[in-house]
Ligand binder design. Structure first.
Ligand SMILES: [Zn+2]
Length: 58
């Protein structure tokens, strides 16, 4: 796959270039842009980890 191939973000529907990012746990398939990765996906992952800690401690 060429590095500069244009893709559509599965979260914000904006076009972006490059490989994109894994959108889990927001979406189970597709790729998301760097912006969504930083603002939405990483946050959701942290929240998910925090939830699992809370469950373990209960
Ligand atoms: Zn996006």
């Amino acid at each position: 796959m060429p590095k500069e191939e244009e893709q559509v973000c599965c979260i914000c529907d904006k076009k972006f270039k490059g490989y994109g990012n894994n959108p889990e746990p927001i979406k189970s398939e597709g790729r998301c842009c760097d912006e969504c990765n930083e603002t939405v996906v990483i946050k959701a992952r942290i929240e998910k980890i925090m939830d699992s800690w809370i469950e373990e401690g209960a």
